[in-house]
Write a protein of this length. Structure first.
Length: 86
């Protein structure tokens, strides 16, 4: 008798969980999709504002490295010639 009672209760619990998931899961997905859409719209809106802020063809430089005072300005090093070995 206890085994049958356990099986009936387990089936009822699984059925209730299934119904709850069918009701709640779509709402969760809708909220997630709305959040992603708002985030995407916010990013495209800021890009459009940045695009509209400058006239086309203008150049803006965000960072200029400090100029070296005296001495050699080339910090890349010397050129080393090489031969290709076959």
């Amino acid at each position: 008798m206890g085994v049958i009672k356990f099986i009936v209760i387990a089936i009822l619990v699984l059925y209730i969980i299934r119904v709850i998931i069918r009701l709640i899961l779509p709402m969760v997905f809708v909220k997630m999709v709305n959040k992603v859409q708002q985030k995407a719209q916010g990013q495209t809106g800021s890009q459009e504002r940045n695009r509209n802020a400058k006239p086309e063809g203008s150049i803006s430089i965000d960072y200029m490295p400090p100029q070296a005072k005296g001495g050699r300005t080339d910090k890349l090093g010397d050129f080393v010639d090489y031969e290709e070995i076959k």
